[in-house]
Design a binder for this molecule. Structure first.
Ligand code: HT7
Ligand code: ZN
Length: 845
């Protein structure tokens, strides 16, 4: 029901010459007056037009000054229109105070704010709410708040009144309005061509003012980077950012007025971890970069979402790599891809990077569209080379500025610059599923041959899979670890293909898929000794880390299915890496990270073994114990060497040392019973160490007093209390996680209508693999109870969290029955939202 298909796309029959909006703000009866000038877009426009509109009370409507009585449905308004240009006017009333879905105009702590992407503008006024309808907006705001903001440049303002004009045509999803008693952290940026831009980060007074400086500096770094690397300048006189507590996602790139989830913008050393700082820098950059990739050039329709999101994620990853460490960023991104995108692409929610149908577009802001979308751009860059990539992007901005376009348009600039046909490459956008690439090696008297075979399991989303073009970066190492063949980009285009290297003096060790050159699953059966060799010698930092991960993954799979002992090659190899002080501490910290329990579950399932969550958890605990034993002599020195004594900075160097320190502390706690962690907790003067020490204690079943003290210390800092809720559940033993969650949902601070708090608690339960999959089904039932509670209030956030169930078919029959029962319960519950209905139906299919 209600499915929209890409193949049904038809352009809107009118252009919009100008939009004038006037808001009279009132918490439960806001009036919105619109004046919209339409002109025909097609040769023979229809005699009637349809404007989207939901939950609006129409007060009056006129065309060219004459009152009309349009037909109103739940979805919008239909009325006959004259030929040629005409003025449409309407006045509607809306109720921001009753808007708990956080889409459209709503209230957060008394502040008016908007969220219009994807289809929220239709909850503000009647409008063709589709991304390709671009228009110049003028907005008047009448309200009692001291700060009244909208898109574009400010016009005259007086008490209770403000005027904004945005000279750049934009789709309605980029409209924004904010009104509140706010204070600004302000700065200025001068663009390369000399435009002086006022920068403001608006927050509520009373404690957040001192958490703005980092985001502001990050914004200036991003503005400069986009000029230097992509030649893109900012194009308005002011750039406003507002921090909002109630927000469904991280942030929103509204033209000139970005709205941010407080958690994605506010930071101080005492209240935020290094990871928070890095995330904030990345999201600030991401939303800023959208100004060109998304706002100036936007999507023709929502199927093309990856056009702006994939490219912007790719750009923000490049930025982080430049600001920090490229290998560390790459490894973190791959960890994230495997944790979130691979399960999606290999389960019932699989869909192409450019989906071809949907019921609710909000359900397609996915890891596939974003992260796989960015991987696809990385592959394109690898295939055409850096120079052609830069030329293609120049052409892209020149050719499509001010337009709403498709993925075919995007690829056309690469075709024009390189002369290459990219129709096979287009399959990365149209086929779902993660390709498997199997490797076979042959060596004969100096000639070495690699044969790759690709296959992608068919799925409901892609029943027929055709071969993709896969860039495979390969280097060959000699027996002493020297690189005998430096990195080459092989292009796998057929189902099966061989590549030959001549003139070698001995059989090499291959390093395949360097820098994770394509989002595929590599099936390369090599010995533990060869993996250990790569862990010791690979000159590609990604593949060196990958060798350690592969050893850890395999040993965990054995340990979870037998009483096998940990692989000594892994333990010894890791010890050697950790002792190598020439390696970046951040990189060594990543080396110490074990694959997560759900990754092991999926790896077992891929080998045809039904995963047992409790056995996986026990195996991981045993491996951590073995690691702490193997490293017993090294850990104290590692702790001393990486203790940061300088004044706190969230920079890459210091945060890398803290990452290694806290990873070592967690292992050392298994040896000293948590004594060192307790003293580190007591002495910590920043959140990274405080939370790291608390996590180390909780992981060994201690930390009760510290948990209580933490709450008392931070009870007035809502973003810290989110962490307090989450860490207790994520570090609970599997048999305690559900009880802990049950206790915490009774806590007076569990404000479940706040998406950050809901995610902190229920997201942590879903992330505690052993606890969520508790054999008696209590985890599933509790989770489903809360999905059903949240859905009528905030369907978007509830629907996103259904992904916790997406891998259900990998588990045993008992668990499948228990999950299936919860899915049935949700599916048949009355009053379910369209968002959740679609998600549950897809998961059950
Ligand atoms: N483009 C935005 C995506 C988005 C969103 C943001 C906040 C709340 C609801 C939302 N729906 C869609 C964020 C981004 O990708 O930059
Ligand atoms: Zn984005």
């Amino acid at each position: 029901p209600g499915t929209v298909y890409l193949s049904d796309y038809a352009p809107f029959g009118w252009l919009i010459e100008s939009v004038h909006l006037e808001f009279d703000l009132d918490p439960d009866a806001t009036r919105v007056k619109s004046r919209i000038v339409f002109s025909p877009n097609l040769n023979s426009p229809e005699q009637e037009f349809f404007l989207h509109g939901e939950n609006l009370r129409l007060i009056s409507a006129r065309i060219d000054g004459t009152a009309i009585s349009p037909r109103i449905t739940r979805e919008g308004l239909t009325c006959p229109v004259p030929e040629g240009e005409f003025l449409f006017e309407a006045e509607v009333e809306i109720n921001p105070g009753a808007n708990t879905a956080l889409e459209g105009l709503y209230l957060s702590n008394g502040m008016f704010c908007t969220q219009c992407e994807a289809e929220g503008f239709r909850k503000i006024t009647y409008y063709p709410d589709r991304p390709e309808v671009m228009a110049v907006f003028t907005v008047e705001i009448n309200g009692s708040a001291s700060v009244l903001l909208s898109n574009g440049n400010p016009g005259p303002r007086g008490p209770g009144h403000a005027l904004w004009h945005d000279p750049w045509p934009k789709p309605s999803y980029l409209f924004a309005l904010v009104a509140g008693d706010l204070v600004a952290h302000s700065d200025r940026f001068t663009t390369a061509s000399g435009r002086r831009v006022d920068l403001n980060l608006w927050v509520r007074p009373g404690g957040d003012e001192d958490k703005c400086a980092f985001a502001m500096e990050a914004l200036k770094r991003a503005m400069q980077w986009d000029e230097q690397v992509y030649g893109r300048e900012y194009d308005l006189d002011v750039f406003n950012i507002v921090a909002v507590d109630d927000f469904n996602m991280g942030a929103m790139e509204n033209k000139g007025l970005n709205v941010f989830n407080s958690a994605a913008v506010l930071a101080s050393p005492e209240t935020s971890t290094d990871a928070n700082f890095e995330r904030i820098e990345a999201i600030i950059a991401h939303e800023y970069f959208h100004n060109w990739t998304g706002n100036r050039i936007t999507c023709r329709d929502w199927f093309q979402l990856c056009l702006k999101e994939g490219l912007t994620v790719f750009r923000d990853a490049q930025f982080t790599a430049d600001m920090r460490s490229a290998p560390v960023k790459r490894i973190r991104d791959v960890i994230d891809l495997r944790a979130r995108q691979f399960p999606e692409d290999n389960g019932p929610l699989a869909h192409p990077v450019r989906p071809d149908h949907f019921q609710e577009i909000n359900n397609f802001y996915t890891a596939t569209v974003y992260e796989k979308g960015a991987e696809v751009i990385g592959m394109l860059k690898r295939l055409v080379g850096d120079k052609a990539y830069a030329e293609a992007l120049e052409l892209y901005f020149a050719r499509f500025d001010g337009q709403a376009i498709t993925i075919e348009d995007w690829l056309s600039v690469f075709e024009d610059v390189t002369g290459r046909e990219l129709c096979q490459f287009l399959r990365w956008y149209t086929q779902a599923g993660t390709p498997r690439v199997a490797v076979k090696e042959e060596y004969d008297s100096g000639t070495y041959t690699l044969t790759f075979t690709q296959s992608t399991p068919p799925s409901a989303a892609s029943p027929v899979q055709r071969p993709q073009i896969i860039p495979i970066a390969v280097g060959l190492l000699g027996a002493n670890g020297d690189e005998v063949v430096p990195t080459q980009m092989l292009e796998l285009t057929k189902d099966s293909q061989s590549f030959t290297f001549e003139g070698l003096s001995g059989r090499p060790v291959p390093s395949i898929l360097r820098d994770f050159s394509a989002p595929v699953i590599l099936e390369h059966e090599i010995s533990d000794a060869e993996r250990a060799f790569l862990l010791a010698h690979d000159t590609d930092p990604f593949n060196r880390w990958e060798a350690g991960q592969a050893l850890a993954r395999e040993t965990l799979c054995y340990m979870a299915t037998s009483d096998a002992r940990p692989n000594p090659d892994y333990l010894e190899g890791l010890r050697a890496v950790l002792r190598d002080d020439s390696l970046d501490p951040a990189y060594r910290a990543l080396m110490l990270g074990l694959p997560g329990e759900s990754e092991i579950a999926l790896a077992l399932s891929a080998h045809g073994i039904i995963p047992a969550p409790e056995a996986i958890h026990a195996a991981r605990e045993r491996l951590l114990d073995a690691l702490s034993e193997t490293l017993a002599d090294d850990l104290p020195a590692l702790l001393d060497a990486n203790a940061v004594r300088e004044r706190y900075s969230p920079d890459a160097a210091q945060s890398g040392r803290r990452a290694l320190f806290t990873a070592a502390l967690a292992l050392w706690s298994r040896r000293d019973g948590g004594a060192r962690a307790a003293s580190e907790y007591a002495a910590a003067d920043n959140m990274t160490l405080q939370l790291g020490a608390l996590g180390a204690l909780l992981a060994i079943g201690r930390g009760e007093a510290e948990t209580a003290a933490f709450y008392e210390q931070w009870r007035h800092e809502r973003l810290v209390i989110d962490k307090w809720f989450a860490i207790q559940i994520s570090h609970a033993a599997p048999d305690a996680a559900v009880a802990k969650t049950r206790a915490l949902v009774q806590h007076p601070d569990f404000n479940w209508k706040n998406p950050n708090r809901f995610r902190a608690v229920l997201g942590a339960l879903a992330g505690n693999h052993g606890g969520f999959h508790s054999r008696d089904g209590r985890g599933y039932a509790l989770f489903a109870d809360w999905l059903l509670t949240l859905d009528p209030v905030n369907p978007q956030t509830a629907a996103r969290m259904c992904t916790a169930f997406q891998s259900w078919r990998h588990y045993d029959g008992g668990r499948q029955m228990l999950i299936g029962a919860q899915l049935d319960r949700i599916a048949t519950a009355g009053g379910r939202s369209k968002d959740m209905g679609e998600m549950i139906a897809r998961i059950r299919a």
